[in-house]
Design a protein around this ligand. Sequence first.
Ligand SMILES: C[S@@+](CC[C@H](N)C(=O)[O-])C[C@H]1O[C@@H](n2cnc3c(N)ncnc32)[C@H](O)[C@@H]1O
Length: 231
Amino acid sequence: MTGLPWNASYLNDAPAPWDIDHPQPVIVRLASHGAFTGSVLDAGCGTGENALHVASLGLAVLGVDIAETALAIAREKAKDRGIDAEFALADAFQLARLRRTFETVMDCGLFHTFDADERPRYVASLFSVTEPGAMLYVLCFSDAAPDTVPHPISQSELRAAFNPTTGWQIAAIEAVRVQTTFHGDDGAPAWLATIKRIQTVARSIAHSTTRSVAQSLPAPNHRSTAPTSSP
Ligand SMILES: C[S@@+](CC[C@H](N)C(=O)[O-])C[C@H]1O[C@@H](n2cnc3c(N)ncnc32)[C@H](O)[C@@H]1O
């Protein structure tokens, strides 16, 4: 996995269409309803607007991405705004390397970039950094108007990826709008999937796999304030 094509979105091709310079309204609404608790992971955080919004409410947030430039911009924003948030280079397919777990995970526009054959690895990776009871919020383009978005996702694709056999229970899938730089004020059709991490028979298999991967890799540096429980 290389972050170079994604990194280009934040350099030559900037501004990226998803880089809207403020948090997604859906995330702001979720946060105002107390959806984010404990330590929070933003998978594919980009330049960090969503992570920074949640961190500004006093939660411990780690944003991860494979685009170094996006992370540098996110860190700069955190510094300028005086917000305590952490941003780290990490591959969403190998989250076990973080060697920590999270009570809440958000994914704003990452899941929908993965092909059907990549999704199981991503879902297992999310599993490796959560415990039963953790909540996952996936904001992705929907198939309500497939010609208007680059990666339309159906509800059945969400249910195929997140279900009890993979360690997840979908609590709700809500039709929402996601803002981009080219969809106008109303944004693009999207799903907000609210998903709970559950115990599953697959757990021991996923754990042994992710543990063996994690054990063969160097651990990244962590802040002393970071949660340290291992998956
Ligand atoms: C559509 S953008 C969304 C960015 C951000 N969540 C937002 O809402 O502005 C997807 C992000 O996921 C990152 N990404 C893509 N593949 C990734 C991977 N395997 N691991 C971590 N991040 C990844 C990209 O670099 C990009 O920043």
